[in-house]
Design a protein around this ligand. Structure first.
Ligand SMILES: [Zn+2]
Length: 59
């Protein structure tokens, strides 16, 4: 598990500063990441929205 992901807003690398999972009444739990990318403060995104940088760059 890496701490570098792709920011869904600007498509640059971003650093994960926090991560947590929310359970939902109906359906699987959703993982959220708080990320910091260049030029912004922090952004809250779902893990699906911010792909792992190592995985994304590999394929
Ligand atoms: Zn960004």
């Amino acid at each position: 598990m890496t701490d570098t992901v792709i920011c869904p807003e600007c498509h640059q690398t971003a650093t994960v500063v926090g991560r947590f999972t929310l359970t939902t009444p109906s359906g699987p739990p959703v993982e959220y990441l708080r990320i910091r990318c260049s030029g912004l403060l922090t952004v809250l995104v779902t893990a699906d929205e911010a792909p792992d940088y190592a995985l994304a760059s590999a394929g």
